[in-house]
Design a protein around this ligand. Structure first.
Ligand code: TMP
Length: 208
């Protein structure tokens, strides 16, 4: 039985997920929670190798890509996330299955139900209590990344149409599951986004 809380952050590249994850983690730590800050891909040693193959290696076919993200996830959930939840920790994670649905499903045009299927198998159907979607126009996000001097990885180099499909899928996933998702306009101020996230998290952690 899990007793901790599992929170994920989703959205395109350069929307501010990491900043919000760090702010949320500090807030939880100040309230006495053990916080596990982690990410996919790359939250384990095996995952770090898979991340390199996915983002900085050569050509990866679409199905191999979907399976590599799922393999990273299987290792990560088993080795890091479930043990943390079982000891009552708060897991604050950049990206999860919703990213595979948006990028491999909508972006690459693989069948969504099949991508969902391999990922639910990989994770033994673990889903977060809360998923924060930071929604932003991909053109604005690309500009932010360029201004921050970030070099684009293999996925980020995809055409703007790819990133628009990704954004639309994230929004569709959120609309289908309003109980799990909190959708925020990532163009808002960092402090205002943090406040909105806290307002949603606070009632969830009172019982922990
Ligand atoms: P990051 O830079 O946010 O850590 O994510 C790495 C890239 O991997 C990002 O472009 C999104 C992509 N990605 C997928 O395509 N599918 C997935 O399941 C995950 C977790 C990430």
């Amino acid at each position: 039985m899990s007793t901790g809380i599992f929170i994920t952050l989703e959205g395109g590249d350069g929307v501010g997920k990491t900043t919000q994850a760090e702010l949320l983690s500090s807030w939880l730590e100040q309230r006495g929670f053990e916080v596990v800050r982690t990410r996919e891909p790359g939250g384990t040693d095996l995952g770090a190798s898979i991340r390199g193959l996915l983002l900085h290696g050569g050509h990866v076919t679409q199905r191999a890509e979907a399976l590599l993200y799922a393999a990273d996830r299987a290792q990560h959930i088993d080795q890091v996330v479930r043990p943390a939840l079982e000891r009552g920790a708060a897991v604050v994670q950049d990206r999860f299955i919703d990213s595979s649905l948006a990028y491999q499903g909508a972006g690459r045009a693989l069948a969504l139900d099949e991508v969902r299927g391999i990922n639910e198998w990989a994770t033994e159907r673990l889903w977060p209590e809360l998923t924060v979607l930071l929604d932003l126009d991909p053109t604005v996000a690309a500009k932010r990344r360029a201004e921050a001097g970030m070099t684009d990885d293999r996925l980020e180099r995809e055409a703007i149409e790819f990133h628009e499909r990704v954004r639309e899928e994230f929004r569709a996933l959120a609309a289908a599951e309003p109980g799990r998702f909190l959708v925020l306009d990532a163009a808002a101020r960092v402090e205002d986004l943090h406040e909105a996230i806290i307002a949603r998290v606070a009632p969830l952690v009172t019982e922990l």
